[in-house]
Design a protein around this ligand. Structure first.
Ligand code: ADP
Ligand code: ZN
Ligand code: ZN
Length: 658
């Protein structure tokens, strides 16, 4: 008898046995099937074909192979298998996530007719590589088998050039390359650059902004090997690529490579697994590598490649701190920053003021009775948005009109407290009435189209002052921009999350890197009450290595990653007591592992979200294998625990957010 073991998109950590029927010849493993399930039917993936089933033969139902879709390759199945084991997520759900929407429904996308032979495009012109670039390119192209490279270079040092040349070598051999980037917003620019560079190559993009049919076509083109370059955000790490010979992860430190719901995977880490699985090189690139990656690169596990200089001979921007303890700020702006902005205005150059908080003010309050604009669904405040006159929760999206008077005491004089980008913009309009001011945050750029329009306006020199959040920090050249003012970044210095300084450093380094990229020298002014803080000193000195060394020493002493490995068990319920009770019984159910430490269950920092109370339990070990062995046993125990029906829980391996 032929039994098919099938992974189905259901939240159960097991496979399902069905009988093989139908005409499709050959190995069924990797094929999509349609099977009866419950009262309906489901699409699944055949993981194995076996002789025997644990189920009685008369209980087995029949699986129908879907003939017009090609089988998924063995290494793709194994990639999903690894992901399921490592993140303790049901295999069928991993596969459903990794498949594009149409295939997930068992449908083949309609293939587009190939355009008739385009005119031969002119070959792109190349600059000769700089000596540092050449060293990096030679190392990557010359790698034999699996090797992880960290390409560490400041913005503008020519990392992308190195990726493109390494990809060029892969294409010349007729193979495939995969390039991961953090943001959807970055892909159009990069797509343009890649297509211009490789006019003959079939480049496909994969990110959540690509329409269903196009995504499925890209998937099949990659699977058949005809798409030679796959470019995309984290989900493209699952693209099947039979001739894959190089993986690039640009901005490898970026938190968006980690998915924060459902399958909580790190695309960077999965990419490294994939490179090892296929025995090929992988390049992680960044100006501010994650401390995990940097630690591996300095301890010899990864190969460190450095591009210390900018490719086009412009100096790095000068970075200075502005001590705000000694002066009265004008709506958060220091005299130095105001003066520097006016100088730029006179010279026809652009300034960028960076404030990583959107809205007008983070809270509206009543000075008479102490009322504040709290979200009734979350343990958070409603942010005041004056642009469209709303109070809005940035966590759950709840919106209300701005009250005319205090809901508690009737006081008419409600006050905004603190400062967001809209308030900064308003102040700048008063200070510089003739300047063209552009605000760039998730409110003003809430669609890719608006975002592109804003970028185009900046490039065309249609703005004098930009006010923006970290949206602006990433991957864009603004040739006229010569000043970056950082307004109010201090809070992150003392945040409870041990990764907050790392994030702040990389954000400020990135946003600073926006200035002075063309012919004009750049300047970065950081307003702070802690001008002597080592993090700011390292920024002033452009010394990532010093910052990383200090942080790594602290992490080592505290036993934090990369010196320990972590997992979080999170639970949410109507009542905090239920969430914490579940976590306590999870502690009791835990197998004893001498190398694994369980902390006490605690409420999460955002303890209530959308009316759900949330708790978490941290598990830690100095040994990754020990942690994994523990988690595997523990998950079986957890799945057997009796819980209130409405309680939800999940495991997050290598969590980034606490
Ligand atoms: P990064 O990815 O590190 O930010 P890029 O590869 O985008 O750097 O390079 C920054 C700028 O320098 C780009 O405009 C690029 O065309 C240019 N560039 C890169 N390498 C060279 C080189 N070897 N010679 C001349 N210009 C270069
Ligand atoms: Zn009041
Ligand atoms: Zn809310």
């Amino acid at each position: 008898m032929s039994i098919l073991q099938i992974a189905l998109d259901v939240p159960l950590p097991r496979l399902f046995d069905y009988l093989r029927v139908g005409e499709v010849a050959g190995d069924p493993v990797g094929r999509l099937v349609e099977v009866p399930f419950g009262r309906g039917s489901k699409i699944g993936v055949v993981v194995a074909e076996v002789e025997q089933s644990d189920q009685p033969a008369d209980k087995l139902k029949e699986a129908a192979l879907i003939a017009d879709l090609p089988p998924l390759p063995a290494d793709w199945l194994e990639l999903c298998g690894f992901c399921a084991r490592y993140y303790h997520h049901p295999l069928g759900q991993v596969m459903a996530f990794a498949l594009p929407p149409l295939l997930r429904k068992g449908k083949a996308p309609r293939l587009l007719k190939k355009k008739a032979g385009d005119a031969v495009l002119p070959a792109p012109t190349f600059h000769p590589a700089t000596p540092d670039q050449q060293v990096a390119i030679d190392a990557i192209v010359g790698a034999e088998g699996f090797q992880t490279f960290l390409l560490h270079g400041v913005t503008g040092s020519g990392k992308t050039e190195v990726y493109l040349r390494a990809i060029d070598a892969v294409l010349t051999r007729g193979d495939q390359a995969l390039m991961l980037v953090p943001e959807i917003a970055l892909t159009p620019q990069l797509e343009g650059r890649v297509s211009a560079r490789f006019p003959g190559a079939h480049v496909v993009s994969a990110h959540s902004g690509v329409a269903d049919a196009a995504r499925s076509r890209a998937f099949l083109a990659a699977l058949e090997g005809c798409a030679t370059i796959v470019l995309g955000t984290r989900l493209s790490v699952f693209m099947p690529m039979p001739n894959l010979q190089l993986i690039v992860v640009d901005e490898e430190h970026d938190a968006s490579f980690k998915q924060q719901d459902g399958l909580r995977y790190s695309a960077r880490d999965i990419a490294i697994f994939r490179a090892r699985q296929r025995n090929i090189p992988i390049v992680l690139g960044s100006a501010t590598p994650s401390l995990e990656t940097f630690h591996h690169a300095t301890s010899g596990r990864y190969t460190l490649l450095e591009l210390p200089l900018r490719a086009v001979a412009v100096a790095m921007p000068t970075v200075a701190t502005v001590d705000t303890r000694k002066q009265k700020l004008q709506d958060g702006l220091s005299q130095e920053v105001i003066t520097a902005v006016s100088e730029r205005l006179q010279r026809g150059e652009q300034s960028l003021l960076f404030l990583n908080r959107r809205g007008y003010a983070p809270v509206l309050a009543c000075p008479a009775c102490g009322w504040i604009s709290a979200c009734r669904r979350c343990a958070a405040n409603l942010v005041l948005h004056l642009a469209d006159r709303r109070l809005r929760c940035h966590h759950c999206g709840l919106e209300t009109a701005i009250p005319r008077h205090c809901p508690d005491c009737g006081n008419l004089d409600l006050q905004p407290f603190g400062r967001g980008t809209q308030r900064l913009e308003a102040k700048l309009t008063v200070l510089f009435p003739d300047a063209r001011i552009l605000r760039i945050d998730r409110d003003s750029a809430d669609s890719p189209k608006k975002w592109q329009a804003l970028l185009a306006a900046i490039h065309a020199g249609e703005a004098d002052i930009l006010v923006g959040t970290q949206m602006l920090a990433k991957g864009h050249d603004f040739p006229l921009l010569t000043l970056v003012g950082v307004v109010g970044a201090d809070a992150a210095l003392f945040a409870a999350d041990f990764r907050a300084p790392e994030r702040l450093f990389s954000q400020l380094m990135q946003v600073g890197g926006r200035s002075g990229r063309a012919a004009l020298p750049g300047k970065v002014l950081i307003q702070t009450e802690y001008p002597d803080h080592p993090l700011y000193r390292a920024l002033v000195d452009h010394d990532y290595a010093a910052f990383a060394a200090a942080q790594l020493a602290e992490r080592d002493a505290a036993g934090f990653p990369p010196f320990a490995f972590q997992a979080l068990l999170r639970a949410e319920a109507h009542e905090m007591a239920d969430a914490l009770d579940f976590l306590r019984s999870a502690v009791l159910a835990a197998p004893t592992f001498s190398e694994v430490l369980l902390y006490d269950p605690v409420p999460m920092r955002l303890s209530r979200l959308k009316n759900r109370e949330r708790g978490q339990l941290l598990v830690e070990s100095r040994s990754r294998p020990a942690l994994q062995a523990f988690l595997t046993e523990w998950m079986t125990q957890l799945q057997a625990l009796k819980t209130p029906r409405e309680l939800r829980w999940h495991l997050d391996v290598d969590p980034l957010e606490f």
